[in-house]
Design a protein around this ligand. Sequence first.
Ligand SMILES: Nc1ncnc2c1ncn2[C@@H]1O[C@H](COP(=O)(O)OP(=O)(O)OP(=O)(O)O)[C@@H](O)[C@H]1O
Length: 600
Amino acid sequence: MKQLAYLNKFFLRYKKHLLLGILFVSLSNYFRVLQPQMIRQALDLVVENIGLFGLLNGFELQPKLYSMLGKSLLYFGVLVLLFALLMGVFMYFMRQTIIVMSRLIEYDMRKEIFQKYEDLSMAFYKRNKTGDMMSRITEDVSKVRMYLGPAVLYGINLVSLFVLVIYSMLSVNVELTLYALAPLPILSVSIYYVSNLINKKSEIIQRQLAHLNTNAQEIYSGIRVVKSYVQEKPMLSFFRKESDIYREKALDLAKVDAFFYPLMVLLIGASTVITVYIGGLQVVRGSISTGNIAEFVIYVNMLTWPVTAIGWIASIVQQAAASQKRINEFLSLEPEITNHTETTTEEIRGAIAFEKVSFVYPDTGTQALKDVSFELKAGQKMAIIGKTGSGKSTIADLLVRMYDVEQGRVTVDGKDVRDHNLFQLRRAVGYVPQDVFLFSDTIAHNIAFGKRDASRETVEEYARYAAVYDDIMELSNGFDTFVGERGVTLSGGQKQRVSIARAFLKQPDIVLLDDCLSAVDTKTEQQILGYLSGALSNKTAIIITHRIYSLLEFDKILVLEDGRIAESGTHEELMKLGGYYAEIVEKQRLEEVDEGAPAR
Ligand SMILES: Nc1ncnc2c1ncn2[C@@H]1O[C@H](COP(=O)(O)OP(=O)(O)OP(=O)(O)O)[C@@H](O)[C@H]1O
């Protein structure tokens, strides 16, 4: 319950809805309780006049009494209808206030959680599974919404109806009230247990369904591997096994579910029988009227749903508290990477320095960089090469502050990256990460991702710089072609170039390309590098690569080995050194000779 206190700020924000809701619930119940009283009066009128009607048999007055009785009954009937109508109107308003309030809070909460997710750093994304994050923003919020809307609504309804009905019952007869209400607590407790059981079983089913979905999704994504290894049948039997488990659990739930209504009907039946029995004796004793029995039977039935709802509400509140606990866990997290600096008018020139930087990935404890130092003046170009896992991408991550260094310092224009305005710094860097990612949107929107207002001409211009224009024009809808989930309609090289266009369009002060020319042929590579050395000649660029680019004259080349700088210098210096770099250049030259390409 403590967890749900977090939601109070939302109740406060929408207090108008809540207060009006309470008012409408009470008014609706007021008119509801008036109805049995009208019925009691109508019944009493009939019972009282039956004897008189018999006595007047054969007399002229009998038809008059008949028509008078008919008119009175009609009057009561119209009143009951009118009250029912008023009750319905206020019921409509109560839903329009409380349920609307719950939807508005749900909307606010989703936005809040989404924003929190966006603020949290990369380390958070490494630690948590996407499915878990998704379920907190969807299922958990929906469960909390059930508390905010239906549970609050039925809770208010329960209290107001109880006060009104029990007051009306007690004012008729205390003893009959106690007898009539006796089975209701049993109903409430049993419903609580049954709905708890239903919820537990539903959760198991939900989990199994999620598992089934994940499996199916993975099989579809890896359909190429499945088909080429002829694993369709084993996959089907695996899916069937998981589906069988789901079916068993669903049937199990159906059994418990089937108990719900019979149990309710049984206990209401018990209440009605007791009311008629004890009420009948009271009528004989003369302490209540016959109409009171009917009135009580209606009251008891009126209380059935709210009493049933107690168990149901308790179960919803329990679930909402568990969900809110999970949501609060994320909301209370503080992002490791934060911005402490106001936006400045100062432009980033692009001088970069790493000063004795060592870095250990917090989640795995892997030491990725050890004592790395280098300096790059504004406008200089640098290549980083090295074996896989040597720490190249980590340098890029530290520069754009996906992580912060623990030892040493990373500076841009002589200022620690942590003292720069985070967003200005990131905006200044045109970063193409190694794992290229395109959104399920049109190619044009993907390219204009960093500058949403870019015109179509601009998008096309940058697509040309990234040497992907012709490829895009060959697609059926050109720049309006929709890129499917993770860009399935594009080849690896095309995806890389679309991401490069996206980075170039930002007109960055620092270009950071992480191994993003790997799936691109030599001619295209030359086109892109030509843009870098031409139009972007005064911009700083760091290119992480496995290949040596002969076209681009690098001011500095770093060779990383196991997180340390093993070699550093210009092409000529490193060639003279005769180390890893010279070895790679030689290997590449031989390959090019083999392929018949001109060697450098
Ligand atoms: N997010 C991460 N969490 C934990 N460890 C990581 C993470 N990213 C990289 N590492 C580890 O840090 C080390 C350096 O990785 P990095 O990605 O910087 O290498 P790389 O030189 O770019 O490799 P490649 O050429 O294969 O891309 C590796 O041992 C890797 O396993």
